[in-house]
Write a protein that binds this ligand. Structure first.
Ligand code: NCD
Ligand code: ZN
Length: 446
């Protein structure tokens, strides 16, 4: 029997502090503070104690969109370093995108990613499978085999690439429906973005950067909503970046279409005024848009039109970023800064309360992915996948202090509000006060 007591904590930031007793990974009691028992349930004498000092307890975060770069680019991130970044960011489950080397288009790769994540033991690393072989958009991958494998793939995406061929997308949606899995689309009509490196608008025009028009995203969102309608399938829109996408998702939902969408922290906070310096740390797909798009995305997340936050954590090596803008790889780090950006853009301005944060960072992504052990209420009988948050902390981002192997954070030297004080995976503390637990306590091989 192993007991953990979280002392003096405020679930969802509401009410007076309570004690939470976790036994063998499950919440067994929750109630008024006392020394030897929690709500009448006796606490083991050797119980581990986490003093919460009135801080906020939320369900552990779930990230539907993470790039961990293993296999193939372990010089930029590994499942181990990415898991550490995730635990420090308050995550208890992440979905690792399929654009690795080799591509995760077979169960050999997806099963490996799952197993390695369990071995590391800091966060559940769920593999995303490719929709098409080699992400080439030509031939469907063996989604059924990946779904039936040990990695139990539930989300398929060619992320980094759009499933641009409408017939392939239609077949993928039909196949996904029959398997009970989800297609997550990187919405980018490639004919409209050839050579594009930045949001098409006045800033890119003035700076001489080739433009990525909003319509490249929106036309695919509209098309896929219609294809999902006709297939009776679900579709998920990755990294929504424009006000027009918000309108389209809203319209599709009103039609009863099974569509969901995510937004990244960087599209909520940053805009294309950052391009001024030509620093490629600001290069990302889809590109940073205009301030009006960021405002529309914030409102859509608060209103529930956009379902959840996903980091699109995309580590890149220094030589892939410290070069001319056109040659640089798109993508930015996100796992360790996500909560702070959500507090800055939504909680501080009063658009979202802590219950709302639990929804968009944990409950909704868990539901979209079909995880039954994540995003659960903080209540007796529920798995103890939890995040303890210090809402009053503020910290200054330093890339070299982040757990990621890569340094490409756009928030370098920015001072941000709120900090993850501890993360618990099935009752085991995986990160505490900015340090991850070193014991690798996975289930594999036990
Ligand atoms: C991602 C990457 O680097 O893998 N890059 C990015 O700019 N977002 C791919 C992706 O999410 O589209
Ligand atoms: Zn993408």
């Amino acid at each position: 029997m192993s007991d953990l007591v979280i002392r003096g904590v405020r679930p969802y930031g509401e009410g007076e502090p309570v004690d939470v007793l976790v036994r063998d990974g499950v919440i067994v009691a929750l109630g008024a503070r006392s020394d030897a028992a929690v709500d009448g349930v006796e606490v083991a004498t050797d119980a581990e104690v986490l003093e919460a000092d009135g801080r906020i307890l939320l369900p552990g975060f779930v990230d539907l969109h993470t790039h961990l770069r293993e296999p193939g680019r372990e010089d930029t991130e590994t499942i181990e370093s990415g898991s550490a970044a995730a635990a420090l960011g308050g995550y208890t489950a992440v979905f690792a995108m399929a654009n690795t080397y080799p591509v995760a288009d077979t169960s050999v790769v997806t099963d490996h990613v799952w197993r390695r994540g369990q071995e590391v033991g800091l966060v559940d690393v769920h593999p995303v499978g490719a929709v098409t072989v080699g992400l080439a958009g030509k031939q469907l991958a063996e989604m059924g085999t990946m779904a039936a494998g040990e990695g139990r793939v539930r989300i398929f995406s060619d992320d980094g690439h759009c499933v641009y061929d409408p017939l392939i997308m239609r077949r993928a949606l039909e196949y996904a429906k029959s398997l009970g899995v989800l297609i997550a689309q990187h919405a980018e009509e490639p004919r409209l973005t050839q050579g594009a490196v930045a949001h098409e608008g006045p800033n890119a025009a003035r700076l001489g950067l080739a433009g990525w028009p909003r319509a490249a995203e929106e036309s695919i969102v509209a098309r896929d909503a219609l294809l999902a309608r006709d297939a009776g399938a679900r579709v998920h829109i990755c990294h929504a970046s424009t006000a027009g996408t918000v309108e389209l998702v809203k319209w599709a939902k009103a039609q009863g279409i099974s569509i969901t969408a995510e937004v990244t922290p960087h599209h909520l906070l940053l805009d294309d005024s950052r391009l001024e310096t030509y620093d490629a740390v600001n290069k990302v797909n889809p590109p940073l848009r205009e301030a009006s798009d960021a405002q529309a995305l914030r409102k859509a997340l608060a209103d529930g039109v956009i379902d959840c936050v996903a980091t699109d954590h995309a580590p890149h090596a220094e030589q892939e970023k410290c070069c001319e803008f056109a040659a640089a790889r798109p993508g930015m780090l996100g796992l360790e800064t996500a909560l702070s950006i959500i507090v800055e853009t939504l909680v501080a301005p009063g658009l979202l309360d802590w219950r709302g944060v639990a929804k968009v960072m944990s409950e909704n992504p868990a539901r979209i992915a079909g995880l039954d052990d994540q995003g659960r209420p903080i209540a007796v009988g529920e798995p103890a996948n939890l995040t303890l948050i210090d809402p009053d902390a503020s910290w200054t981002v330093r890339a070299r202090e982040l757990a990621s192997i890569s340094d490409n954070t756009p928030y370098e030297a920015m001072t941000l509000p709120a900090k993850v004080a501890a993360t618990m995976l099935r009752g085991r503390i995986t990160a505490r006060d900015g340090v991850v637990t070193t014991a690798l306590a996975g289930r594999v091989g036990q």
